[in-house]
Design a protein around this ligand. Structure first.
Ligand code: SF4
Ligand code: SF4
Length: 619
């Protein structure tokens, strides 16, 4: 079954107010998940955590859907109503309207738990009367009982072996309405939701819902007292058991003496219950009283609406009881008490020790040192939820808390963190500066590269020689105007649409014998220089060279019929002739023993004359 309480980590703000409020440290915080969680087996269902949780992050197991199922299951269902109802529903003018509202909701029977209180009170009076030398802790409050079973296990034998009033009422109703009747406890406590699981046999109860849930159910079902007639509780009705919601109500119901020097029972209500148990454990031989303990009076139980005023509720309860007394048929009540005199009210308890091992001194010292709390007796600020730094260190050792819950520790860590953040930030700023500088540098380099590329592009276009650069698929990357001009009119038109013929296929622009030279260079990675090719009416001199291996090649093409090329070519080729002749003459001279200066002089004069612009054609 789902746990009674659950913390919603979405809405929890990790304020640890619940840790502070929990009287048994049933809420732990683990390193991995800074948000707290409730340990169900340690929880006693007191609801203190729910009361202090500002964002309402602690969710109580909802029983409304389960109630609807029970009411629709087809069998008769009885509501067992706690007498605290008068404090919870002051807005309902007459309790009989309230009874009718319950019947309208779907309950066939509506019984008061007050009669069960009367039965149980009588059993206590008898027990105290008959017991000599042993002192009991009255076991009507499920929170107190759970606390004893889990955290004061040595006192379990002192829990009075009498069932709580609601279980007694369940046994009575089952006798009247039959074994098959469904029973639902309407309670001011959230702890009742788990408490009913203890009741077996004739006292078993199917479900417990809180007053808050009942209020919501009335609203959801649109049930209002104004639309309804009066209806009374089903018999047997309760008498002084109606005082039960006030801590000493059951003492009055039992008819026990309350004067200080005569009473056999001491009543304690609130968190003082824990100290009372401590004293019971230590000094009962001297105290010699039974204890009537409530962690919280039922009137103000955690299943009632928030914001209720303690004494206002008490006055409403008393008014309600007075009204009931006026109409109560005492004779019938006595007869019912007689009828159920032999009802078995015996109850047993179990030990469910939840105490944790106490850590060693050395371990505690180490934790306190880590926390920077070197004075173990220090009371502490309480922000962590523990009474002293030592208690907090014990909780850390027991796995219930983490150092980060300590404000001093967290703030020191925060400062360390801030310092390291500061250093990282400075480093980051330096890195950003460097990055900006490199960006500026890269920008400048880009601009320079762009300018250089533009200059090269312009130079390329000014060259009288034809230039073409293409990729491995013979697609043009770059050309110049001379090359486009050489290709003819079609190419010029294309150039207007696609400047530089970028992307055009060389194979469609040049004949096979021409573009095949490009393929050769790409495939063999071997440049071709000064290859003469006849293209249309022109003799072209072609040099193709590798720019990027197997990927990009470039070609410089010269039109041999152009005057400047002719001149340059003749000079070049004559220079080659001179060099060749000179070599030959030197060899002959070497053989013949004659100088070659005359030949050299003659040939040089030819070269010079060309350089000086003489018309080669004329010559
Ligand atoms: S009281 Fe507890 S559950 Fe509620 S917000 Fe604070 S830490 Fe979270
Ligand atoms: S209900 Fe009580 S015992 Fe359970 S976690 Fe909340 S404060 Fe602790």
């Amino acid at each position: 079954m789902e746990a009674l309480l659950k913390i919603n980590s979405e809405t929890c703000i990790a304020c640890y107010a619940c840790v502070r409020a929990c009287p048994v440290k049933a809420i732990r915080v683990q390193t991995e998940q800074v948000k707290p969680e409730i340990i169900p087996q340690r929880c006693i269902g007191c609801g203190s955590c729910v009361a202090v949780c500002g964002p309402g992050a602690i969710e109580i197991r909802n029983s409304k859907d389960e109630l609807q199922k029970i009411l629709r299951a087809g069998k008769k269902v009885a509501a067992l109503v706690d007498p605290s109802i008068a404090g919870e529903f002051p807005d309902i003018t007459d309790y009989r309207k309230f009874v009718q509202m319950l019947r309208t909701l779907g309950f066939h029977y509506v019984h008061e738990v007050a009669f069960g209180v009367d039965l149980v009170a009588r059993a206590y009076a008898k027990l105290f009367e008959e017991t000599k030398g042993k002192y009991y802790i009255m076991s009507n409050d499920p929170v107190t009982v759970s606390f004893v079973e889990k955290y004061r296990t040595g006192l379990v034998p002192n829990l009075a072996p009498i069932m709580p009033p609601v279980a007694a009422t369940a046994s009575v109703v089952r006798k009247i309405a039959g074994e098959e009747v469904g029973l639902v406890h309407i309670s001011p406590l959230i702890a009742s939701k788990d408490e009913i699981r203890r009741f077996k046999g004739a006292s078993r109860i199917d479900l417990a819902i809180t007053f808050v849930e009942l209020r919501e159910l009335f609203i959801e079902a649109n049930i209002h007292e104004t639309d309804l007639e009066y209806s009374d509780f089903d018999a047997p009705l309760g008498y002084k058991g109606s005082f039960f919601p006030v801590a000493n109500g059951i003492i009055q119901a039992a008819g026990l003496e309350e004067e200080l020097h005569l009473t056999p029972v001491l009543t304690v209500e609130g968190e003082g219950m824990i100290n009372a148990l401590n004293e019971f454990e230590e000094n009962i031989g001297t105290i010699k009283h039974h204890f009537n303990l409530f962690y919280k009076e039922f009137l103000m139980g955690r299943g009632t609406s928030a914001g209720g005023k303690r004494f206002l509720r008490q006055s409403q309860l008393i008014k309600y009881v007075e009204k009931r007394f006026k109409t109560l048929d005492r004779g019938s009540w006595s007869a019912s008490m007689d009828e159920f005199e032999t009802l078995d009210l015996k109850h047993t308890f179990r030990t469910d020790d939840q105490s944790l091992p106490v850590p060693s001194d050395s371990k505690l010292k180490k934790i306190l040192k880590d926390l920077d709390q070197l004075n173990p007796s220090a009371v502490g600020c309480g922000a962590c939820g523990y009474a002293s730094c030592t208690d907090f260190a014990i909780a850390i050792a027991q796995g219930l808390a983490i150092p980060e819950m300590c404000n001093t520790y967290a703030s020191r860590n925060r400062q360390d963190h801030i310092r390291s953040l500061k250093i990282s930030n400075e480093k980051l700023a330096q890195a950003q500066d460097l990055l900006k500088k490199s960006e500026r540098l890269a920008q400048k380099e880009n601009e320079a590269a762009r300018e250089a590329s533009e200059i090269v592009r312009r130079m390329l276009h000014k060259l009288p020689s034809m230039v073409v650069i293409c990729d491995m698929n013979l697609k043009i990357i770059q050309t110049n105007d001379s090359f486009i001009h050489m290709l003819g009119e079609d190419a010029k038109e294309i150039n207007e649409v696609v400047p530089g013929l970028t992307g055009a296929d060389l194979k469609t622009l040049l004949p096979y014998n021409f573009y095949n030279l490009f393929t050769y260079v790409l495939v063999h990675n071997e440049s071709i220089t000064n290859r003469d090719i006849q293209h249309e009416s022109k003799m072209l001199n072609v040099s193709i060279f590798v720019i990027e291996k197997e990927k990009i090649v470039g070609a410089v093409i010269r039109d041999m019929s152009a005057p400047e090329v002719q001149k340059e070519e003749v000079v070049k080729r004559l220079t080659e002739v001179i060099d060749k002749n000179l070599g030959l003459a030197q060899q002959i001279g070497f053989i013949l023993g004659e100088g070659t200066s005359e030949t050299e002089r003659m040939l040089n004069s030819i070269v010079e004359s060309y350089k000086l612009g003489k018309d080669l054609k004329d010559r």
